[in-house]
Ligand binder design. Sequence first.
Ligand SMILES: [Zn+2]
Length: 63
Amino acid sequence: MGTECSHGETELLGEQKGERGTNKYYRCLRCGNVLVLSEEGILYEIPGKRAPSDLKGIRTSSD
Ligand SMILES: [Zn+2]
């Protein structure tokens, strides 16, 4: 599957309230994957090509 990206450079897409707290969504600037950080500190990863291009319902931090 190639080399793994360490996701060293990310941008915050926004955050979304879930059942267990607020999830924060980041996109890696290097590989384009979307990273989801739960309030519990668990990190999920969505491959860039599978991530929705339009993350509806996610509030930006400016909200
Ligand atoms: Zn990455």
